[in-house]
Design a protein around this ligand. Structure first.
Ligand code: NI
Length: 203
C-alpha cells in the first residue's frame, strides 16, 4: 500500500472509531460523535469505552414517540346521583352547579412506532389528525359533556374520565402506530395522563 493510500485508510479507521454507541433506557442505540476533531488515537490505543458502530438492522429497531396536540372547549358539571345533594355539594363544591361551567381543554395524543423506511414517518400525520377530529373533537368540542357525550351520561366528566374516554375512542382506530399516552389538560396547572389499561401497556 502506498503512503497516500495508507493515510486515507488510517483516517477512515479513525473516523469510524470516533462514533460512540450509547443505549438509552428503551434499549435504543444512539450514536454520537465524541469530538469535532478528526484526529483521534490510533485504533489500538483507544480506551475500552469505544464501542462498535451499530449495524443498519439495529438502527431500524428504534421506537419513537410522536405527539399531536389539539384544543377543544366543553362544559360540564360534577354530580354523582348515588350521593345526597349535601354530599355532592361537599365533594364537588362549585363544580356541582347543574348549569355547568366551561374549560378550554388541551389534548395531547402520543403514538409510538418505528420509522417507516419509505416515508421516514412513524405515523401518517394527516390520518392521525383526522382520527383525532373524527373520534374526539367532533364529538366533544363545544358540547355539554354530561348531556351530549354518551360516555358521560353515566360517568362523571372529570379530566380523569375524559382521558380514559378519549383513549377508548382512539385506541381501536390506530393503524400502523400504537397509542402510547393520552394527556388532557383541564387548564395550565392541571393535566391527566392515561397510558391505557394494563393489558394495553405491553411495550
Ligand atoms: Ni370543571
Amino acid at each position: 500500500m502506498n503512503r497516500r493510500k495508507h493515510e486515507k485508510a488510517d483516517l477512515k479507521e479513525r473516523l469510524r472509531v470516533t462514533l460512540e454507541v450509547r443505549t438509552d433506557s428503551h434499549g435504543m442505540f444512539s450514536p454520537r460523535l465524541l469530538g469535532k476533531r478528526l484526529v483521534t488515537p490510533p485504533a489500538n490505543q483507544l480506551p475500552i469505552t469505544m464501542k462498535r458502530v451499530p449495524s443498519g438492522k439495529e438502527l431500524k429497531a428504534r421506537l419513537l414517540y410522536l405527539t399531536r396536540k389539539a384544543e377543544f372547549a366543553a362544559s360540564h358539571y360534577y354530580h354523582n346521583p348515588d350521593l345526597s345533594p349535601e354530599e355532592n355539594r361537599r365533594i364537588f363544591g362549585k363544580c356541582n352547579n347543574p348549569n355547568g361551567h366551561g374549560h378550554n381543554y388541551v389534548l395531547e395524543v402520543t403514538v409510538k412506532g418505528e420509522i417507516d423506511p419509505r416515508s421516514g414517518f412513524v405515523v401518517d400525520l394527516k390520518k392521525l389528525k383526522e382520527t383525532m377530529h373524527r373520534e374526539v373533537l367532533d364529538a366533544m368540542d363545544h358540547r355539554f359533556l354530561n348531556k351530549e357525550v354518551p360516555e358521560f351520561l353515566s360517568r362523571i366528566p372529570t379530566t380523569e374520565n375524559l382521558a380514559v374516554a378519549i383513549w377508548q375512542r382512539l385506541a381501536p382506530k390506530m393503524t400502523n402506530a400504537r397509542l402510547h399516552r393520552v394527556r388532557v389538560y383541564e387548564n395550565h396547572d392541571l393535566f391527566v395522563d392515561f397510558y391505557g389499561e394494563e393489558n394495553d401497556c405491553v411495550t
